[in-house]
Design a protein around this ligand. Structure first.
Ligand SMILES: Nc1ncnc2c1ncn2[C@@H]1O[C@H](COP(=O)(O)OP(=O)(O)OP(=O)(O)O)[C@@H](O)[C@H]1O
Ligand SMILES: [Mg+2]
Length: 123
């Protein structure tokens, strides 16, 4: 399951991931993968991978870090700044677009695949 998280700097992408993990029962700290690019989590029996690709340079860095191997068909991916890797990232099952409002945020959620649609229907 691949979820792209879109929105400007500070739109709330990391905060949303934190909320999702907390909702799954994760009680540890959820920090932004700003410099590590990837933070792995295990929650509710699922393996989640939170990426922030804002600082990803190129495909070479992606390969060298072994990120391709993470996409094993089992993990769940929450990916900030997917455009930084659009040429080699798997396509999104779901995309969440966040917009800053005067108060709070607006989320637009789009499902691109059957799995994404099934997931969206459950929300
Ligand atoms: N729904 C919300 N309502 C109010 N404030 C929010 C909301 N979501 C996030 N914020 C606040 O906005 C700030 C930035 O949030 P966050 O770090 O999640 O953004 P981001 O989209 O991940 O940014 P970046 O692109 O830099 O990674 C934080 O101070 C956070 O508390
Ligand atoms: Mg973030």
């Amino acid at each position: 399951m691949v979820v792209y998280l879109r929105g400007d700097l500070g739109a709330g992408k990391t905060t949303l991931v934190r909320g999702m993990l907390n909702a799954l029962g994760y009680t540890g700290r959820v920090k932004s993968p700003t410099y590590t690019l990837l933070e792995p989590y295990r929650a509710a029996g699922m393996d989640l991978r939170h990426f922030d690709l804002y600082r990803l340079h190129d495909e070479e860095e992606w390969e060298a870090a072994g990120f391709r191997d993470e996409f094993d068909g089992q993990n769940i991916f929450l990916i900030e700044w997917p455009d930084k890797a659009q040429d080699f990232l798997p396509r999104a099952d779901m995309e969440i677009m966040l917009e800053i409002l005067p108060q709070g945020r607006q989320a637009e959620i789009r499902a691109n695949t059957e799995m994404g649609k099934r997931c969206l229907e459950q929300l």
